[in-house]
Ligand binder design. Structure first.
Ligand SMILES: C[S@@+](CC[C@H](N)C(=O)[O-])C[C@H]1O[C@@H](n2cnc3c(N)ncnc32)[C@H](O)[C@@H]1O
Length: 274
């Protein structure tokens, strides 16, 4: 798999290696290979620049912070965009009362379905009426159907917004706000570290950025959202009524999820349509 699906392989193995519930359903050799190769490169960069935030700690903190928003929202409907090989949908629909729709691009959604079809536990997840796995591009796919019906409603985009440039962000934010408004209101959660808070690249960071752009066929991180204020303004223009920003320091579940001694960097945006 090329493009951004490679990044989903890395996060897939991160969830497995941390022992997150249902993550084993998506175990595959490709994910282990990408995880090991990336970690070898990152170990070198951390040796040279130990002050850098840890990718693993940041991913685990972000996942826990989004789980926290999920628990606090107690939604009836969840639409998870760019769900990749995340097991959150499988985990959440273990309990009754939540309708969960996952969306990703066709190559990833098909692979995820194939992995679920390959085991009895996976087939049991696919058989739930409360769980749906859909193929589509979050920037064009109709979002309202998954949110229609009684609330509360939650839209999750984990590991997607950092790759979107300002135009694509505007499209995504406007579509999510409109779909939530149409459905009767709800919450949108995503993470994005503003450019001015990112560590300076330096030679090692530059090399990793170059490797990542090659890996993802040019889709590295976008660098056009300077500050939290820029993202807040984009969300307000898109139609959100209220935005709360949190970091691991505000959330005990994030601190508990990150491995001891490793620094997590996450900036989480929780935006609401009344
Ligand atoms: C970094 S991975 C994150 C996967 C998952 N959310 C997680 O945290 O494990 C990025 C995911 O975004 C998906 N993606 C990228 N652009 C997308 C788009 N326009 N619509 C839907 N999914 C997209 C990729 O296929 C990939 O699965």
């Amino acid at each position: 798999m090329g493009d951004l699906s490679v990044t989903a392989l890395y996060t897939c193995q991160t969830w497995i290696s941390a022992g997150l519930g249902c993550a084993e359903l998506f175990a595959m050799p490709d994910a282990k290979g990408v995880f090991d190769a990336t970690n070898a490169a990152l170990a070198l960069s951390r040796k040279l620049r130990p002050e850098l935030p840890s990718l693993r700690a940041s991913l685990l903190a972000r996942h826990a912070m989004i789980d926290h928003v999920l628990a606090a929202t107690a939604p009836r409907r969840v639409l998870e965009l760019a769900a990749g090989f995340s097991a959150r949908g499988a985990r959440t629909t273990n309990q009754p009362g939540v309708e969960y729709v996952e969306l990703d691009l066709p190559n990833v959604a098909r692979k995820k379905r194939a992995l679920l079809e390959a085991t009895a536990a996976g087939r049991a997840v696919l058989a739930r009426v409360s769980y749906r796995l859909q193929e589509g591009d979050a920037l064009v796919f109709p979002l309202d159907a998954a949110l229609r019906g009684e609330g509360p409603r939650l839209v999750i985009a984990e590991g997607l917004v950092p790759y979107l440039d300002a135009n694509a962000r505007r499209t995504l934010f406007t579509r999510v706000a409109a779909a939530l408004r149409e459905a009767g209101g709800g919450t949108f959660v995503f993470e994005r570290v503003p450019d001015e808070e990112l560590p300076a690249e330096g030679a090692v960071g530059g090399a990793l950025g170059w490797a990542m752009r090659r890996f993802t066929k040019g889709q590295g991180f976008a660098k056009d959202a300077k500050s939290r204020a820029v993202l807040r303004a984009e969300l307000a223009t898109a139609g959100f009524d209220e935005v709360v920003v949190t970091t691991p320091a505000d959330d005990a579940s994030a601190l508990g999820a990150a491995p001891a001694g490793e620094r997590a960097q996450v900036v989480l945006f929780v935006a609401r349509v009344a």
